[in-house]
Design a protein around this ligand. Structure first.
Ligand SMILES: NC(=O)c1ccc[n+]([C@@H]2O[C@H](COP(=O)([O-])OP(=O)(O)OC[C@H]3O[C@@H](n4cnc5c(N)ncnc54)[C@H](O)[C@@H]3O)[C@@H](O)[C@H]2O)c1
Length: 354
């Protein structure tokens, strides 16, 4: 298949594109590349890139593709709190325009990177795909709105599918240290302390970045009936954790580290458990390989081998909000998060053939 992957230069995207290429797909990316300063251990693969802002996509850009995988977004709650209306512009309005453009261009499959955070705060039950939406941030709300809009576009020729990822962890060449497992392990390796920012009681569903990639690959090749206008929670049965249990697992695997609580640590408002039965049973070809334990082992080895330092960890490169505010402060990005003129002139807006 010829596949356009938006956000292919982000944390998930750089590890997804090689998986798709190994399966024989012809992959083109679309990314404005906000996080070029965030390489860890190695640069991303060289993938042909429509180096542009997704807000500017037209059907012409999408002609000839069989599928769109849509990852590009302001990708977490702190970033979306920076400016809620920008979050809705990019994550919601531009995503809907992208899907409309894809449909107009004759693209038949649209795989949307949604999030379990659309469930928001919930009770003790494990939430399946039929659970009510209860988003607690603009980020979570934007995912709800896109799923609803995509569902309206679904028809005989256009099949959207909504992959509701759990919180990701694991090594990526565009590392994020602002996701909880990666953060706790990096803090442990660089300070000897596993530092909890909340009281550690909230539940979170967790999934390895390579299992997310496997889910996207499976959604692309599954028969249409298995995915058409359907949501799947992306993770693994049993992989819901209280954050304090993750912390103690890290201390078990890195015995030189001790678990500590940040001053004034409070409960986190995000607190929910998710049921992953549907994806394991009903998405053909999806076989998750990772657990939080094996992911922590991978991160410990990578951070030690890669020389993760306290300065590197606390600096601007691996925290999405810090990178963006740094680019804004330096004037590299304008308030609409578009590259300033100087930068735009040096970045290629050419459509490169694959
Ligand atoms: N990482 C997680 O834990 C997680 C969990 C659930 C859902 N998701 C979703 O998966 C997707 C990818 O997440 P990630 O962790 O890789 O995020 P990321 O921030 O690492 O990557 C996002 C990419 O999108 C690009 N981008 C953002 N706005 C753009 C625009 N206007 N035009 C073009 N490119 C733009 C960025 O340059 C970046 O490379 C997001 O939609 C996110 O909401 C992620």
């Amino acid at each position: 298949m010829r596949i356009l992957v938006t956000g292919h230069l982000g944390y998930i995207g750089v590890e997804l594109t090689p998986v798709l290429r190994r399966l024989g797909h012809d992959v083109v990316g679309l990314d404005t590349d906000y996080f070029a300063s965030g390489d860890f251990l190695a640069p991303p693969d060289d993938v042909p890139n429509l180096a542009m802002d997704m807000r500017d996509v037209t059907p012409e850009h999408l002609a000839g593709f069989d599928a769109v995988v849509h990852l590009a977004a302001l990708s977490n709650d702190p970033l979306s709190d920076l400016n809620a209306s920008l979050t809705y512009d990019i994550n919601h309005a531009a995503s809907v325009r992208l899907a409309e453009a894809a449909k107009a261009a004759g693209v038949s499959r649209f795989v949307f990177s949604s999030s379990c955070s659309l469930y928001g705060k919930a009770g003790d039950d494990e939430l399946d795909e039929g659970a009510a939406f209860n988003p607690v941030t603009p980020y979570g709300e934007s995912k709800v709105r896109v799923e609803q809009a995509l569902s309206e576009l679904a028809d005989d020729d256009f099949s959207p599918v909504y992959l509701r990822n759990a919180t990701a962890y694991g090594l990526s060449r565009r590392l994020r240290a602002d996701v909880v497992v990666n953060n706790l392990v990096a803090h442990a390796v660089t300070t000897g302390k596993v530092m909890l920012q909340s009281d550690g009681t909230p539940w979170r569903p967790l999934v390895h970045v390579l299992d997310i990639a496997a889910a996207f690959a499976a959604a692309l090749s599954a028969p249409r009936d298995a995915i058409h206008d359907r949501a799947f929670n992306v993770g693994r049965v049993g992989e819901n954790y209280q954050i304090r249990d993750v912390a103690h697992l890290i201390a078990e695997l890195a015995p030189e580290c001790v678990v500590t609580y940040a001053e004034g640590a409070m409960p986190d408002i995000r607190d929910y458990r998710v049921d992953f039965t549907r994806i394991e049973r009903e998405l053909p070809g999806y076989e998750p390989q990772w657990t939080v334990r094996s992911g922590i082992e991978q991160l410990l080895a990578a951070y030690r081998d890669g020389g993760m330092t306290a300065d590197g960890f606390t600096g601007p490169n691996y925290f999405r909000l810090r990178t963006i505010t740094g680019l804004l402060d330096r004037g590299d990005l304008d308030p609409q998060l578009r590259w300033s003129r100087d930068r735009a002139d040096t970045s290629s807006l050419e459509l490169q053939p694959s």
